[in-house]
Design a protein around this ligand. Structure first.
Ligand code: ZN
Length: 64
């Protein structure tokens, strides 16, 4: 996982959320990331290293 993650990126995780969705929006970056489930809108804090391991792919990045 070498791609740079930025706020508002949509990521697909390897494991699905209990609600059934695998897609999350990045709300905050740093040593700890805050991501929001796109389906149930629950927000989760994850350490960067943990998140990077869980990401399957980046679905959408904001145009710069
Ligand atoms: Zn969810």
């Amino acid at each position: 996982m070498k791609e740079k993650l930025e706020i508002k990126d949509i990521v697909q995780l390897k494991k699905q959320h209990p609600c059934g969705s695998k897609e999350f929006e990045i709300m905050r970056t740093g040593a700890d990331f805050r991501i929001k489930c796109l389906k149930c809108e629950k927000q989760i804090w994850l350490a960067r290293t943990v998140l990077e391991k869980r990401i399957k792919k980046i679905v959408k990045s904001e145009e710069k």
